[in-house]
Each structure stands twice: as structure tokens, then as C-alpha cells.
Design a protein around this ligand. Structure first.
Ligand SMILES: Nc1ncnc2c1ncn2[C@@H]1O[C@H](COP(=O)(O)OP(=O)(O)OP(=O)(O)O)[C@@H](O)[C@H]1O
Ligand SMILES: [Mg+2]
Length: 308
């Protein structure tokens, strides 16, 4: 892109969609889906931020930052020591860390464990559940999507994510959905709404780790997921695109890479592309239906953007 044109492009105020990616159940694929969905949206030209809110640093590791590296991130932002802007990891910021195209990261570090102790000792008018509201507001307009990768338990950053997000994306596996159903997810969305985030809404369910197509277990469980939503709000429905189980996922995750980087033609990379397309289509319909979208605030057609 020519320099002038690029400058103009960066002036665009983006219609920032803030999504809490969640499930109170551990290991269902929240982190995998937050990171790969961001990479797939990034490939479509959308600028994305993955914000790691988990003390286990899942998305930070997934995006290639090793545990030992003492990066500033969520802890500093939530304790007010740094602005979100200051600690975001952008391409070229860290040696050996290659982020997916158009994806930036607000990392977590294990020191996040000490957050509650630090918060209890400080004098602040901001209640813990509200800690993410102002930092997210400060980023509004800079990203098309902010994906909040939450922990499987109701830690302070996870509660804050539910309180500040506009959308909740439920990630589940067929098995865990069969066991837990929608109850927990709906309960926490309802709690966040009661606690003051009246705008929070479920924007759909992504079913991941689906056993190979054609297995009886797989189709029975997927039927069950579909039946649960039959006749419900169109925007709550599971996405048609499901993500298969494959050993390639733990393998890339362990290496701190994404499939878009290691094996972009892999079937699962294409599933994530299809999911990204479906998510965008659903947002367009959702925003048209609720009339919430400010047309002057819209991003142009998908095209290349450069981070930073
Ligand atoms: N589609 C998949 N196929 C196979 N393995 C997967 C798939 N998705 C995720 N996994 C693996 O399952 C494990 C849990 O995934 P992930 O970390 O994304 O879940 P999570 O919900 O974020 O977990 P936590 O609740 O601990 O944060 C990881 O080892 C990951 O590599
Ligand atoms: Mg995780």
C-alpha cells in the first residue's frame, strides 16, 4: 500500500466487536478457537486483538511467547500500572515471535496469579468486575475484533471479561455440551447482564474437537446440539462450521504457532476460514437486526492492513 493511502487507512475508525470467548469448562478449545479465529479473520483483512485473561497464559503461549519471558500484559493493565496500548505485542516487537497476519496480542503472565492480592491492597473507585471496561474503551476503534480469551473459572479477569464484552461466544465440544448443556453458559451470561452488562449477548456456539465425520458418536452429539437450539434465536444457534479433532492442533499449539502459519492448506485451517466467514455474516445480520451499527463507523471491504 502506498504510504499516503496507508496513513488514510489507519485513520479508519473500526467498528470494534468485543467478544468474550468462554466456557466454564476447562480444555474445551477456547484458546485454540480464539487464536485461530483471530488468525482467520486477520487473513480476511480484519484487524484483531487477542487478549489473554487467563493465568495459564494459553493464548500467549499459543502465539509463541514462552513462559519464561517476563512480558508486561494483563496484570499491569488491570492493576493500572500500564495502559493496554503500551503492552500490546505487535509484529516485530519480540524477537522470534511471529504473529498471524493482522493479529496482535495482549499477553498474560503467571504473575496474574497475584492480581487479587494487589487489587485488595489498592485504593480505587473501580470495582474489580469493571476493570476491563476502561481499557477496552481505550482500544475501541483500533480493531475490528477483540477476542477475550477467558479462564475456565470465575477469576477476576474472567468476570471482568463477561462484564465488559458485547458478545459471548460459547466454545464447546460435543461431549461436554452433552453433559453440561447450555445451563452454565446461559447462567453466566445472565449473571453478567444482571451485574450491569445489559448489552451482553450470546452470539453463537462453536463446536470444536468433533470426532471424525461419519462416526456415530459425532453425528449423535451434533444432532443433540442442534436439537437444543431448534426454534431458538437465530443468533444463538451453533455455527454450521464445526472444528474437527486433530492431533495437528496440540502439536502447533505446543510450538507456539498457528495452522495458518505451519499448514495453511490443512483441512482444519479451512474450517477456521469457514467459521470466520460465518461469524462475520452473522454479525452483519445481527447488527442489521438490532440497528446498533453506526454506518459511518464501518470498516471497508476486507483488505490488507498492517499492524502497528
Ligand atoms: N480441534 C482440536 N483437536 C484436537 N485437539 C484440540 C483441538 N482443539 C483444542 N485441542 C487441544 O485440547 C487442549 C485444550 O485446548 P485449549 O487450550 O484450546 O482449551 P481451553 O478451553 O482454552 O482450555 P482452558 O480451559 O484450560 O483454558 C489443548 O491441548 C489443545 O491443543
Ligand atoms: Mg484456554
Amino acid at each position: 500500500m502506498a504510504h499516503k493511502e496507508e496513513q488514510e487507512y489507519h485513520k479508519i475508525t473500526r467498528n470494534t466487536r468485543i467478544i468474550a470467548v468462554g466456557n466454564q469448562k476447562g480444555g474445551v478449545g477456547k484458546t485454540t478457537i480464539a487464536v485461530h479465529l483471530a488468525a482467520a479473520l486477520g487473513e480476511r483483512g480484519r484487524k484483531c486483538l487477542v487478549w489473554d485473561l487467563d493465568v495459564n497464559c494459553g493464548s500467549t503461549r499459543h502465539l509463541g511467547i514462552p513462559d519464561g519471558l517476563n512480558v508486561l500484559g494483563t496484570f499491569e493493565v488491570l492493576t493500572g500500572a500500564e495502559s493496554a496500548q503500551e503492552v500490546i505485542v505487535r509484529p516485530g516487537d519480540l524477537d522470534g515471535v511471529t504473529l498471524p497476519k493482522n493479529v496482535e496480542l495482549l499477553p498474560a503472565h503467571v504473575k496474574l496469579e497475584g492480581l487479587d492480592r494487589v487489587l485488595a491492597a489498592r485504593n480505587s473507585f473501580v470495582a474489580s468486575p469493571d476493570l476491563l471496561i476502561a481499557p477496552l474503551e481505550s482500544l475501541r476503534g483500533q480493531y475490528d475484533y477483540i477476542l477475550l480469551d477467558t479462564a475456565p473459572n470465575l477469576t477476576t479477569p474472567t468476570i471482568a471479561a463477561y462484564k465488559a464484552a458485547a458478545y459471548f461466544l460459547l466454545v464447546t465440544t460435543p461431549e461436554s455440551f452433552a453433559i453440561d448443556g447450555l445451563n452454565n453458559a446461559m447462567k453466566y451470561v445472565a449473571n453478567a447482564r444482571e451485574a450491569g452488562n445489559r448489552a451482553l449477548r450470546l452470539m453463537g456456539v462453536v463446536v470444536g474437537k468433533v470426532p471424525g465425520r461419519g462416526t456415530r458418536l459425532s453425528s449423535e452429539l451434533l444432532d443433540y446440539v442442534d436439537r437444543t437450539f431448534a426454534g431458538g434465536d437465530a443468533f444463538m444457534q451453533p455455527y454450521k462450521t464445526t472444528i474437527n479433532a486433530s492431533t495437528v492442533i496440540p502439536s502447533v499449539q505446543k510450538d507456539g504457532r498457528t495452522l495458518f502459519d505451519t499448514d495453511p492448506e490443512h483441512k482444519i485451517a479451512w474450517q477456521f476460514r469457514a467459521l470466520a466467514s460465518e461469524v462475520e455474516k452473522r454479525f452483519e445480520q445481527l447488527e442489521a437486526a438490532t440497528g446498533k451499527e453506526d454506518k459511518s463507523n464501518r470498516v471497508g471491504p476486507a483488505e490488507d492492513v498492517r499492524n502497528g
